[in-house]
Ligand binder design. Structure first.
Ligand code: AMP
Ligand code: ZN
Length: 670
């Protein structure tokens, strides 16, 4: 028995170290595949021997628990806010106050970046993560431990150290590239993109399904250790020690001994921050000495020993010429400001987001106002305020539209939703055209010879009203249309005809079911194999599929129960559109390469590159276009790209030949 516990303990320790190498040090020493094998082994043992359960085992990081109500927890030590400053004068004042209280002239400061995310307090007892609580109102926060555990860079058990009972505070952030990827997937699934990484990070902490949190590329940057007896003299030392214990503390921290040096740090990072992988909104300056910090203490809101300096977001003022309202494919209305063009952060800005009706009302934004536009964390610039001194005399308050600009249907607004929607799903021209435009797009049915504008025209001429109508189009109907040559008409019909060969998964994506993006469509196609089984699946059957959550499942159920959709799908079927996996697709499908990521480079002899890629995917593997730490194998043919070779050697990723790949398949199949 103890041999088994030893084995379990050893595996846990090893996986812990690998997590640390990968997520904190950014320096993996094992392939993802090998990591997964070890994790599976540990999972197996833990299942078999439940008596050895450990809440802090690396297996607990994949999530799966559902929290309906987060428990409110009182902070042992209050989580204060920070005083803000915006100028060198503010900082000099702060220094003077500080020097006066302490009665010293020369002080040492630490400069840290102000990470823009959601603050978190982690409590460790006996070196183990006991709980993770949000800041809340500073006195009490929400217990989000289960969600926090999924963030791999947070140690569940710290590496051996002299301080074992402590709290450590930091910021949960969503790095930019992860944020952009999440948004790409959302847009693809017909959802509104998230506004900014900060809100998305803090929203993620309160998700009920921890498995969903596990899928988000969250990270945690730490900045403050709190303990009853700290054996360190400075803040810097305490953080250096925390780094040794396994926490991620950005190396941007700097110790300086004058406000001038603080300003150098600020000036440097005001520009350099744009090259960081995450967002920052300022610099936090702290008195480095911990005894001095004690002496300085707190005001009713914030520590006296620290101050934040806020970076200025670039702002310009310009005239709001008009407000237009856009209708999305899903019916969501977005108000857009049309501006007199102005240069902002290196680009000419003509349009800015006005978000929603509440925002317009809150800022009292009116046409002909001079407004301030800002490029903050958001990708699209936004209007932040109105210069009331420049408001024209005859100005009138903005009346938000009550009816759809496209179909004049009265807009609805659901409880808790900031946006207005046009409910006329099947009659609203933009929504109708939007769905067809999505259907023909490259990642869906990929119809050559038919573009978004033509779709709009065909809709306007009442030749089509849904994607099934495309298949009834005749050349004679199209030729009379404006600017339509016979040749283009023939091309278009041919393109539509050819789309009948597009595989099921792409058709499924093309149907435009809300929340069913490209990847989800692939998953569903693979699992259900045909549209009938999918549309007959119950909510429970749907959520049982890997990575399908409540929201997606509900959306599919709603789609499938709608008579209009049932008829549309029937018509597509009658036209011969692929609504099931092809015989070839079904044949030879395995998951022996599950979890492996391949990069294919060079020219091959036995198969074409595409055949090779397909073979990898058919067997459950993934193909990626660039080499990273996550790559399991590189399959190299003749003339492999030299830069790929260098990268592969650097990351020590095994390079195998086409033959070796085939051999690997054969062996696993036996
Ligand atoms: P505020 O929310 O404006 O009151 O600013 C205080 C918050 O800044 C804290 O609650 C932390 O979440 C956050 N913060 C970000 N980076 C740091 C840092 N390096 N040191 C201290 N606080 C930070
Ligand atoms: Zn409408």
């Amino acid at each position: 028995m103890s041999a088994i516990l030893d084995k379990i303990t050893a595996l846990r320790e090893e996986l812990r170290q690998h997590n640390h190498n990968y997520y904190v040090l950014d320096d993996a020493t094992i392939s993802d595949y090998d990591f997964d094998v070890k994790l599976k082994e540990l999972q197996g043992l833990e299942e078999q021997y439940p008596e050895f359960f450990d809440a802090n085992s690396p297996t607990q990081r994949v999530g799966g628990s559902i929290t309906k109500n987060f428990k409110t927890v009182t902070h042992k030590n209050r989580m204060y806010s920070l005083d803000n400053s915006y100028s060198k004068e503010d900082l000099l004042d702060w220094e003077k106050r500080t020097q006066k209280i302490l009665g010293v002239e020369q002080l040492e400061y630490t400069c840290e970046l102000k990470y823009d995310g959601a603050s978190i307090n982690l409590t460790y007892e006996g070196g183990k993560l006991l709980k993770a609580v949000t800041r809340g109102d500073g006195f009490q926060g929400d217990d989000v431990t289960e969600n926090i555990k999924t963030i791999r860079s947070i140690p569940l058990i710290i590496k051996e150290h002299n301080v074992l009972d402590f709290e450590i505070r930091g910021e949960i952030i969503l790095p930019l590239d992860g944020f952009l990827k999440m948004n790409e997937a959302r847009v693809e699934a017909g959802e509104d993109p998230y506004k900014n990484p900060r809100n998305t990070a803090s929203g993620s902490l309160k998700l009920q399904d921890s498995a969903e949190v596990a899928r988000r590329p969250l990270d945690c940057l730490l900045y403050h250790v709190v303990a009853d007896r700290i054996p360190f003299k400075t803040h810097e030392e305490a953080l250096a020690n925390a780094t040794k214990s396994g926490f991620k503390i950005p190396k941007t921290l700097k110790v300086v001994s004058s406000i001038d040096a603080v300003f150098e740090f600020i000036n440097h990072w005001d520009i350099e921050r744009h090259h960081l992988p995450y967002e920052t909104d300022g610099v936090v300056i702290k008195v480095n000495s911990l005894p001095y910090q004690d002496e300085l203490g707190y005001t009713s809101k914030a520590p006296r020993w620290a101050i934040a300096y806020k970076f200025k977001a670039e702002q310009k003022s310009t005239v709001l010429e008009s407000i237009s309202y856009q209708v999305g494919r899903t019916g969501a209305i977005t108000p857009v400001a049309n501006l007199e063009p102005v240069e902002l952060a290196g680009t000419i800005v003509k349009r800015a987001s006005l978000h929603n009706a509440d925002q317009i009302e809150k800022l009292d934004i009116r046409v002909n106002d001079t407004v301030f536009v800002e490029k903050g964390g958001e990708i699209i610039p936004k209007v932040t305020s109105v210069d009331l001194t420049k408001r024209p005399q005859n100005s009138v308050p903005t009346q938000y539209i009550t009816h759809c600009p496209d179909c004049d249907t009265e807009l609805i607004r659901q409880e808790g939703d900031a946006k207005h929607y046009c409910p006329n799903e099947y009659g609203c021209p933009t929504q109708i055209a939007g769905r067809i435009q999505h259907y023909i797009s490259r990642k869906a049915l990929d119809i050559d010879g038919l573009g978004a504008e033509t779709v709009a025209l065909l809709c306007k001429e009442n030749l089509i009203a849904n994607y099934a109508d495309l298949y009834d189009l005749k050349v004679e109907q199209i030729i009379p249309l404006e600017r339509m040559a016979e040749k283009s008409a023939i091309n278009m019909i041919q393109g539509i005809e050819l789309s009948k060969q597009i595989p099921f998964e792409k058709v499924l994506f093309g149907l435009g079911i809300r929340f069913v993006g490209e990847t989800v469509a692939k998953k569903l196609a693979k699992h259900f194999k045909n549209i009938d089984k999918l549309m007959q699946a119950s909510f429970e059957e749907l959520i049982a599929v890997d990575e399908i959550g409540d929201r997606i499942a509900q959306s599919i159920v709603d789609f499938s129960n709608d008579l209009v959709n049932i008829q549309l799908v029937d018509r597509l079927k009658n036209h011969g559109v692929q609504l099931q996996l092809s015989a070839e697709a079904l044949e030879g499908q395995t998951d022996i390469l599950k979890g492996k990521i391949f990069v294919v480079s060079g020219v091959f002899t036995k198969m074409t590159r595409n055949e090779l890629k397909k073979s990898i995917e058919d067997n459950g593997g993934k193909v990626s276009s660039s080499i990273s730490k996550k790559t399991t194998y590189i399959i190299a043919g003749d003339n492999m790209g030299p830069s790929k070779k260098v990268k592969a050697d650097e990351l020590k990723i095994p390079i195998i030949s086409e033959d070796e790949y085939l051999e690997m398949l054969r062996e696993s199949l036996n």
